[in-house]
Design a protein around this ligand. Structure first.
Ligand SMILES: CC(C)(COP(=O)(O)OP(=O)(O)OC[C@H]1O[C@@H](n2cnc3c(N)ncnc32)[C@H](O)[C@@H]1OP(=O)(O)O)[C@@H](O)C(=O)NCCC(=O)NCCS
Length: 363
């Protein structure tokens, strides 16, 4: 799928395409030329931030009735990061955003939109994205939060791609940032082993050279909203002594149900994405999935018949960081040289809502 023009910043001319595709028909040449000229949201830079404090399985053994072996076997998680008292979702988002902007060689003042995907904003009002906008000095950028749980980065990339494709925005910073430790019940062994804190970011800019988002699709099914939820603190059950006493400000998960959903949806997303884009497994350099559970990822890759090494996994070090997990993994994949300019990657996520979605991007 890669063409000789993927690394250049300019649109290829018809003459260049003709030279590279001498054997192809005139119809194919014209189609390629038109596709190559489409305005696309290209990932120009990425960044991530993980708090220093490590919470490993042995420390959890001292907090709840669990053990390292159970957690490793059932989830693949060895340790996760926990934000320091002074750190927040917006402060981690700022750090990841700064690195992504530097990587893209863009001054934050040039951004025209910031989308922060999170389920753990600093406070209900205002949007944490506005705090990020201020801290980055991104004075020209509009800013909003987006809540699609673990699918947050996929939803936000979809919006960014649409905004850029329509010509409405040119430089969009998409961030996934979560401080899940503040909403995790460390007396509940069913959930406290799963989650961690962190932030990942990507700068999308408008390009017409064939790079960028080739495909993006997002879904929701609110019928299963209760599978993962924080019931306290919203307008339905405002914070009160009673909601605090009932521990309703913590994330609750119906793990076994989510496990089944996640395994099936992973396979479905990859199959429909490949079909929609006319891609074969061999065309995909890397699958970057939401880091939900290593068993889910392994089972899905086996079912698809895709080699495990085509899938980026870092859940052992960070656990599930919800909206931050895909951009952190994407950033690590790029920095480790596992995703390079011209490569095609499938990013995918699924989570509370229920929500799920996938994005295909040519780097
Ligand atoms: C949570 C998850 C790891 C549990 O693994 P599982 O193999 O499905 O385990 P089960 O739910 O069948 O529970 C098996 C037993 O382990 C116990 N258990 C749960 N957590 C445990 C822990 N941390 N340590 C030890 N035992 C634990 C359960 O109580 C259960 O005991 P029981 O059979 O006596 O009731 C797995 O279901 C999962 O990863 N689900 C998706 C995670 C998720 O929802 N993420 C958020 C949204 S993306």
């Amino acid at each position: 799928m890669a063409t000789a023009f993927d690394r250049s910043g300019d649109s290829p001319t018809l003459a260049q395409l003709r030279a590279a595709h001498v054997a192809r028909t005139r119809v194919e040449l014209i189609r390629d030329y038109q596709v190559s000229l489409q305005l696309r949201a290209s990932i120009e830079g990425t960044g991530s931030y993980l708090p220093e404090r490590v919470l490993d399985n042995f420390e959890l053994e001292r907090m709840v009735d669990t053990n390292d072996q159970w957690i490793m076997e059932r989830t693949g998680i060895r340790e996760r990061r926990i934000a320091a008292a002074h750190e927040t979702t917006s402060s981690m988002a700022v750090e990841a955003g700064k690195i992504a902007c530097a990587d893209a060689e863009i001054d934050p003042a040039e951004l025209d939109l910031i989308i922060l995907a999170t389920i753990t904003p600093d406070q209900l009002v205002p949007a944490a994205a506005c705090l990020v906008q201020d801290a980055l000095g991104a004075k020209r950028a509009a800013a909003f939060d987006l809540n699609a749980a673990c699918t947050g980065f996929l939803y936000a990339s979809n919006v960014a791609a649409g905004m850029i494709g329509s010509g409405m925005h040119q430089r969009v910073l998409v961030i996934g940032s979560e401080t899940l430790s503040r909403f995790t019940d460390y007396t509940d062994r069913n959930t406290c082993v799963l989650f961690g804190d962190g932030a990942g970011a990507a700068v999308f800019t408008a390009r017409r050279d064939g790079r960028g988002v080739l495909y993006s699709k997002i879904y929701a099914d609110g019928e299963h909203a209760k599978l993962m939820q924080i019931v306290g603190g919203g307008s339905a059950r405002p914070s009160s002594n009673a909601t605090v006493d009932a521990r309703q400000h913590y994330l609750r998960v119906a793990g076994r149900h989510v496990f089944k959903f996640a395994t099936n949806i992973f396979v479905q997303l990859i199959e429909e994405t490949l079909a929609a884009c006319g891609l074969a497994f061999e065309d995909v350099a890397m699958v970057v999935p939401h880091q939900v559970n290593e068993r889910i990822i392994d089972a899905a890759m086996r079912k698809l018949g895709m080699p495990a090494e085509k899938c980026f996994v870092n859940i052992d070090r960070y656990g599930n960081t919800s909206a931050a997990s895909v951009p952190i993994a994407l950033d690590e994949a790029r920095r480790q040289g596992r995703l390079n300019p011209g490569d095609t990657a499938i990013l995918l996520g699924f989570g509370a809502g229920l929500t799920w979605g996938a994005t295909v991007v040519r780097m």
